[in-house]
Design a protein around this ligand. Structure first.
Ligand code: PLP
Length: 394
């Protein structure tokens, strides 16, 4: 058998988030050599999962909840998701017909792509974007169409640019607010404009709301685009327990979709994984019902971390730092420095032991960095000091 080539064209077309993994691997090597590396390269919350959620999952195991659930998820979890939508988005969602529980937000995205795209269909994705979107779209046979977001607009997508990117092949607009990697959150007016475009051109909207609770700016509170007039019938809203409750390893997310879509989504969902982990679903239902104090406490830490990061980085000559209004990422420009993003990321890791990511894996041009501030406040300050020292040495 010839293993010198990738086994199929789709796999060959995927970048597998090149850049981030290499940095993580090198950072781990440095740690094994005894260096104190500050990790700002991975969007992984550093808090423990809420205690009550853990107890509920343990109870579920002890009570014998060890078999498959309904493919859509346990009804208790779907009811808890519906209650959250009613409280926070003012949306009445039917837990029986409009919610499917998935293996994290990742599987939710893949399931929507597999369900909606024909070969060659285009998905408009404001750029920079969460790199795995590209893998999902390729697996589903589609094509990712980038719409660059400008730093002058704090990386918020301009609806006019989205409309200009539409072709006869466009099937869907993907939005992610608050955004990974930029932390940008769209305003109500911008979401309304995107909604009008989707309706005018009869397109689906896939709204990735994994960072829905990470909204720091009262000018851009989180708004589910599905809650805007006429949008429910064309919107797939996905979210997850991963970031909100610091439960990335539990692998529980969800899709909220028009009831007519459920039977189609279930076909892809069955192929992708049948159902989410059963006892984890019990834990996530408990989190959604009782763990909001934990969420508020964590969000206050993220807000403080963001402020420390913005304040420190803004003082560094050559750094341009748009203030992120959500998520837990910051995406500064270093275009005024005479160093490329990959070289910056490699050298800051080798010389000062700060792991961060160049912007290119997120679809950005050279000259940007992504820093994930999911570390304790003192480490964030220390990382910023090390970055400043490095920049001064250039
Ligand atoms: N969407 C975005 C924008 C993300 O950043 C991530 C994870 O980093 C996901 C979706 C998937 O998260 P999960 O599968 O853990 O729910």
């Amino acid at each position: 058998m010839d293993h010198s080539k990738p086994p199929c064209e789709k796999i060959a077309a995927m970048s597998f988030v090149a850049g981030i993994r290499e940095i993580l691997a090198r950072a781990e090597e440095l740690e094994r050599e005894g260096h104190h590396v500050i990790h700002l390269e991975i969007g992984r919350p550093d808090f423990d999962s809420p205690e009550r959620a853990k107890r509920a999952a343990i109870r579920a195991l002890e009570d014998g909840h060890v078999h498959y659930t309904d493919m859509s998820g346990t009804i208790e979890l779907r009811e808890a998701i519906a209650a959250k939508f009613k409280r926070d988005a003012g949306m009445i969602v039917d837990p029986k017909t409009e919610i499917i529980v998935t293996l994290g937000g990742g599987e939710a995205l893949l399931t929507v792509m597999l369900t909606t795209l024909n070969d060659g269909d285009e998905v408009i994705v404001p750029t920079p974007f969460f790199p795995v979107y590209e893998e999902h779209i390729i697996l589903a046979g589609g094509k990712l169409v980038k719409v660059p977001c400008k730093i002058e607009n704090d990386f918020r997508p301009d609806p006019k640019d989205i409309e200009r990117a539409i072709t006869p092949k466009t099937r869907m607009i993907l939005i992610n607010t608050p955004n990974n990697p930029t932390g940008a959150s769209s305003t109500r007016e911008e979401l309304e404009a995107i909604a009008e475009i989707a309706k005018k051109h009869d397109l689906y909207v896939l709204s990735d709301e994994c960072y829905e609770y990470f909204a720091y700016d009262p000018k851009t509170p989180h708004i589910s685009i599905a809650s805007l007039p006429g949008m429910r019938e064309r919107t797939f809203t996905i979210s997850s327990s991963s970031k909100t409750f610091s439960m990335t390893g539990w692998r529980v997310g969800w899709i909220v979709a028009p009831p007519e879509m459920k039977k189609y989504l279930l076909k892809s969902h069955q192929a992708a994984g049948t159902c989410a982990n059963t006892f984890a679903q019990y834990g996530v239902a408990e989190a959604l019902l009782t763990c909001w104090d934990d969420v508020h406490r964590m969000i206050e830490h993220y807000r403080a971390r963001r402020d420390i990061m913005v304040e420190h980085l803004s003082r560094i000559p050559g750094f341009e730092v748009p203030v992120p209004s959500g998520a837990f990422y910051i995406f500064p420009s270093i275009q005024r420095l005479k160093i490329g993003s990959f070289e910056f990321a490699e050298r800051i890791l080798e010389e000062h032991h700060v792991a961060l990511t160049p912007g290119q894996p997120f679809g950005a041009p050279d000259g940007f960095l992504r820093l994930a501030y999911c570390r304790p406040e003192d480490e964030i300050g220390e990382a910023a000091d090390r970055i400043e020292k490095f920049v001064k040495s250039l």
